[in-house]
Design a protein around this ligand. Sequence first.
Ligand code: AHR
Length: 494
Amino acid sequence: MKKTVIDIRQSHIIGETDSRLFGSFIEHLGRAVYGGIYEPSHPLADHMGFRQDVLGMVKALHVPVVRYPGGNFVSGYHWEDGIGPKALRPRKKELAWKCIEPNWIGIDEFQEWAKRAETEIIMAVNLGTGTPEEAGNLVEYCNCDYDTYYVQKRRENGFEKPFGIHLWCLGNEMDGEWQICRKTPEEYARIACETAKIMKWTDPSIELIACGSSHAGMPTFGEWERCVLRECYPYIEYLSIHSYYGNQSGNTAEFLAKSLDMDAYIQETVRICDEIQEELQEEKKIYLAFDEWNVWFHSNGRDKEIAPWQIAPPLLEDIYTMEDALLTGCLMMTLMRNCSRVKIACLAQLVNVIAPIMTRNHGPAWAQTIYYPFLHASLYGRGRVVEVSCQCESYTTESHANVPELETLAVIQDEKTLTVFIVNRSGQNSYQTEFHGTEGYQLESHIAMYHDDIKAENTEACPDAVTPCIVEPQNRGILMPYSWNVLRFLSRTE
Ligand code: AHR
């Protein structure tokens, strides 16, 4: 067994995590909504058709914000199709995912679900086939309280009080060839700016997220951000970034190093935001909303076989492994470490579609492997992130140099609790830890998750194949190969 000294520098504060870093995302895609959160014929559905088993699992995650209704879906979505009597709502062809959208759920129902899930909505507006005016009308419908057409409509639909949606996305991935009505940087910058004005004139209290590039490999990455920021700077608070990671080559070492790519992407986008801030001599900083991130690759092949034009087909149903949970832990730590600039992040997505929660229609719900690192980060990652140094082995792959075997992060939650998160990226080495800088604290518990088979997954038949365990006191501080670890220290004075 290797030895490692983990030095926590309590007085070196990196930043405070914003609770919205532990957000998620629900799109009208596959079985996320229909069969995921909503299934009226399910034995556990409430009177509105919401699955109580799924709600319970979402609430346990303490997800503070959920982005809705897309994703690519939003670029062809007219929100007025989803309000009013259900029998009168149109059934529409949905071009982003080649499905049929029945509009059984719209903003009225979704905000009811969000209340039950104890979360806030991040609402995206359609800047593909939609207009700035339509976006402004949606803000009026959701947030205003005067005597106008859309406010009256909301009242007629049974909602006297405004929904009070604070965060809004100006479209989705508008640089992508796959997007309905993709835009050039100039086209997007103009429509985003004019839409932002209308939305903020309608409700000046809202905050806006403009689209950054769809991922760091986009040919216009950099140019896109500069153009959007120059045009929209006074009207927006956040710039979005998205990224998905996969292990298509089957190389675990390479895959587990991909959190370094996320870090580099964040750093570069922050650099561009600051460059434009200086150029425009603006006072405010633009923060990042990493409003889509996850592992996504398992379902890519299967999805090609699914017939188009169905309601809620099983699209993007990645079944996650132990290996994916390890990268999820590393990605969460990367987001938390960048908390001074990344204020919002959304694990994409929440139910069935590349999700921590899976359901069977008319059947059970269960937690995928990635549910657990996300849960622990959400429960124990809120607070002050402090510097940590750790001596360990490192490795080099084709695309990454000097990857530390141990990925570590420390958060002081309150004056009483310090949590250290660690992923052991090595499949060979276990580590015995010695902590420095934890004077005044004692190690209270060690939660660990590992499995002999790094490809092990949770399924309907075997939902608990990969779950965390509480490490016995005599083994606390031992980091098993390929493991996710949460070490909780409590102040001795308590
Ligand atoms: O989350 C799945 C899809 O990934 C979203 O619809 C889109 O924004 C991204 O490309």
